[in-house]
Design a protein around this ligand. Structure first.
Ligand code: G1P
Length: 285
């Protein structure tokens, strides 16, 4: 079985749910405490053994790719001014190979993933949606890569979603349950609550086999008129092993204003330098 070495980050979206902040700023560059949202997902991928980071970007998203370069001019300027580089430590890690490819038209998540097909080639790959900030030890993708060693095939990260929220997720028809893994018998994108086969929703982490790319290549638009990753994945069911994994992690939907604020709070409350001030403020409120 080939290892999962590559990860696709679809980051071309307009971030309309976070307007006006995202008018001139990629949502992935908005900060959660002191680092951009995208860094959490990239760090999670690196922890899971990912060697190649593939950004599927679009217009106005270049700062996101630049962020992962060493800030050479900045470092030289800071050093010659006698300033410490400590604050940059978390962004000076070895990020492996960074590749970016453009999604030139907003045709949906499936299409975004397909834009990376030539870079992914003939090997299994991960997809991370940075909006879904996952806080776990080890990280969500590492837990999935570990499960992949036993299960192979395709694995989506999943969690129970409220019954009235099925329209926001890909929803799973569950089969046999083996520990944290559930066999996937069907997938449907954003069903109405009355049509949903369960409340088990796909959240933004995937391990997929390369065959999904050919399926996306001949896909017709699905829910919302977009080329859906969910529809292409559904075609793999029965042909390849397909599981949903419930990971031990807390998810924050940072594409949403409340989720974004909660993610900031959650991360800050885990930081000894920040937690006392914030706890004190919350107690007073
Ligand atoms: C996408 C997927 C959906 C998945 C969700 C997880 O939807 O299409 O299947 O459940 O991410 O966050 P989006 O949030 O881009 O509308």
């Amino acid at each position: 079985m080939k290892p999962v070495r590559k990860a696709v980050f679809p980051v071309a979206g307009l971030g309309t749910r976070l307007l006006p902040a995202t008018k001139t700023m990629p949502k992935e560059m908005l900060t959660i405490v002191d680092r951009p949202l995208i860094q959490y997902a990239v760090d999670e991928a690196r922890e899971a053994g990912i060697e190649q980071i593939i950004f599927v970007t679009g217009r106005g998203k270049s700062s996101l790719v630049d962020y992962f370069d060493l800030g050479f001019e900045l470092e030289v300027a800071m050093q010659s001014a006698g300033k410490s580089l400590d604050k940059l430590d978390c962004s000076r890690a070895d990020y492996g190979e960074i590749v970016s490819v453009r999604q030139q038209r907003p045709l949906g998540l499936g299409h975004a993933v397909w834009c990376a097909r030539h870079i992914v080639g003939d090997e299994p790959f991960a997809v991370l949606l940075p909006d879904d900030l996952m806080i776990g030890q080890p990280g969500a993708l590492k837990q999935m890569v570990d499960a992949y060693a036993d299960l192979g095939g395709n694995i989506v990260c999943a969690e129970e979603v409220p019954a009235n929220r099925t329209r926001n997720y890909g929803i799973i028809t569950p089969g046999e349950i083996k520990g944290r893994a559930t066999e996937v018998l069907g997938l449907v994108e954003k069903p109405a609550p009355e049509d949903a086969p369960s409340r088990l929703g796909v959240v933004g982490r995937y391990i997929l086999q390369p065959e999904v790319m050919d399926i996306i290549g001949r896909a017709e638009p699905g829910a919302g008129g977009e080329i859906q990753l969910t529809d292409a994945m559904a075609e793999l069911i029965g042909l390849q092993p397909f599981h949903a994994l419930t990971v031990q992690a807390v998810r924050h939907d940072c594409g949403d204003k409340a989720g974004f604020v909660l993610a900031n709070l959650a991360i800050a409350l885990d930081r000894p330098d920040l937690a006392p001030l914030i706890e004190d403020y919350l107690a007073r409120r």
